[in-house]
Design a protein around this ligand. Structure first.
Ligand code: IPE
Ligand code: IPE
Ligand code: MG
Length: 229
């Protein structure tokens, strides 16, 4: 399971003297190639960070442009995703998203629900803290109604309430654009993930760069707290 923080679209556009939204469009075009590279690279689960709970702080123009891009992207890519064996699911809080977008997201999830070659999860209006907060609300609700007893809350319990309940934990988290931070992405799930922070801006992230990052990951020694015999 590889998770990607797709960062650097704005800088990619600014370097070319173009508006930030142009960078988001260039970034969106990269997604298809990366998804299609997954089977050959042995990546069964791909999770991509498209919009964070903090990204609402951007200008109205940028936010509206991104929302429009998400709608158009789903409409344009649905057939291709279906044909390529990709199962798409969304994580994040849908309450703040507009109805039309949520409707398209639901339709795409349903349309691709029988696919299993690649599991693509798109984090949209996603924040790790927000996710844990919403999960805790639902858990507390179940305790309140007697469906769950506090004594039965173990380390397996919370993950079942997270948006990612259907996903294994990420093995590798990649962030493009040179920033070495996780910006509220998959906080609980990445406890033992490997991280790769690379300088490439997202619109320049080709399948070749992806393959290079993955080969670096494969050479790593993961210990999970244990001592190797
Ligand atoms: C990432 O690119 C995409 C989103 C956050 C939606 P940015 O827009 O953050 O690009 P930079 O970091 O400003 O270059
Ligand atoms: C993280 O990138 C969110 C996404 C890639 C969608 P940001 O550009 O929003 O993160 P910060 O502001 O640099 O931490
Ligand atoms: Mg950024």
């Amino acid at each position: 399971h590889v998770a990607i923080i797709m960062d650097g679209n704005g800088r990619w556009a600014q370097m070319r003297g173009r508006p930030r939204l142009m960078g988001h469009h260039a970034g969106a075009r990269r997604v298809r190639e990366i998804v299609e590279a997954c089977p050959d690279q042995g990546v069964k689960y791909l999770t991509i960070f498209a919009f964070s709970t903090e990204n609402w702080k951007r200008t109205q123009t940028e936010v509206a442009g991104l929302m429009k891009l998400f709608r158009r992207y789903i409409q344009r890519e649905a057939r291709n995703l279906l044909a390529n064996g990709v199962r798409v699911r969304f994580i994040g809080d849908r309450v703040r998203l507009d109805d039309k977008l949520v409707c398209l997201m639901d339709e795409l999830e349903l349309l691709t629900s029988q696919n299993e070659l690649v599991h693509l999860t798109v984090a949209l209006n996603y924040g790790g803290r927000d996710e844990v907060t919403r999960a805790t609300q639902r858990l507390a609700h179940d305790v309140g109604t007697g469906k769950l007893s506090p004594a039965d809350v173990g380390d397996e319990t919370l993950p079942k309430y997270l948006d990612t309940y259907f996903l294994p934990d990420p093995d590798l988290v990649i962030r493009t654009s040179g920033e070495a931070r996780i910006s509220n992405f998959l906080l609980w799930q990445s406890a033992y993930a490997e991280y790769e922070f690379i300088d490439t801006l997202w619109p320049d992230f080709t399948p070749f760069v992806f393959a290079k990052v993955l080969s670096g990951f494969k050479a790593r020694d993961r210990r999970f707290g244990a001592v190797q015999a």
